[in-house]
Ligand binder design. Sequence first.
Ligand code: C2E
Ligand code: CA
Ligand code: CA
Ligand code: CA
Length: 272
Amino acid sequence: AKAAGRNTLRFFDPAMQLMVAQRAELESDLRLGLKRGELMLYYQPVVDANRAVVGAEALLRWLHPGRGLVSPLEFVPLAEQTGLIIPVGVWVLQTACAQLAQWASDPLTAHLTVAVNVSARQFRQDEFVSQVQGALQQTGADPKLLKLELTESLLLTDTQDAIMKMAALRSLGVRFALDDFGTGYSSLSYLKMLPLQQLKIDQSFVRDVLTDHNDAAIARTVLALGRSLGFDVVAEGVETEGQRQFLLDQGCTLFQGYLFGRPVPVAEFRFN
Ligand code: C2E
Ligand code: CA
Ligand code: CA
Ligand code: CA
């Protein structure tokens, strides 16, 4: 037993075993939850410089019968590890596209875009393009109103494959945003290679934009970069008028954050 070393012993650590058991339980709960319809999409408004709502980001929620509302920060990473993110991701795409199609049928909401978060494992499958296409076709949603949010690490792992998938979806009219921009390692040359239309300034830079010179400089730089490369820039996590005003002064035209609206079930979504 001694020769086997620490790795073996760790297996019998009671705290560790509990964690493994809890994770296994969460996973089987999520598998069931998906079947039982416990997943929901909340929608958070994206507004323009005049505070007009131009779209929404779809944010996944799990209404667990015992635990209540579970945050995606808790179950998305687990779903990603176990592969459950694939059926979950298909559900998210279909539900978001169904919402787009429903909004399209009312002149008051027909212009709204919907942004969907895509996980790395979901994007890397060969079937990803056909899953998006399938969701659009089955619901009749307008591809031009669908925005897919990708992260830098996802795009960096196999950039050639990413470009091919994005190009296939671009030809349908689907748009792409780079989420959490500034937290990864993007080089400018690689940004230019990707068929992106939008950058989202990560909320970690917006939070202290009025007090932290470095965060202010990053926000300013991302806005200037977006302008020169022809991308829209969305500032996320905007909570105060001061933050909005600063970003507006730096040329930001799209905003998302509690100042304008929290993520809510679609029935509570205010589009004016
Ligand atoms: P994200 O894509 O960066 O989403 C923005 C997060 O910031 C959301 O957290 C949103 O509720 C929160 N937020 C928005 N405005 C504010 C604000 O003014 N202040 C603060 N403090 N927070 C704000 P949420 O909904 O908990 O989602 C967390 C993360 O989970 C998302 O980060 C995304 O990475 C992931 N996620 C959510 N839905 C999905 C999904 O359908 N699929 C995948 N793969 N991931 C998802
Ligand atoms: Ca996002
Ligand atoms: Ca983000
Ligand atoms: Ca994030």
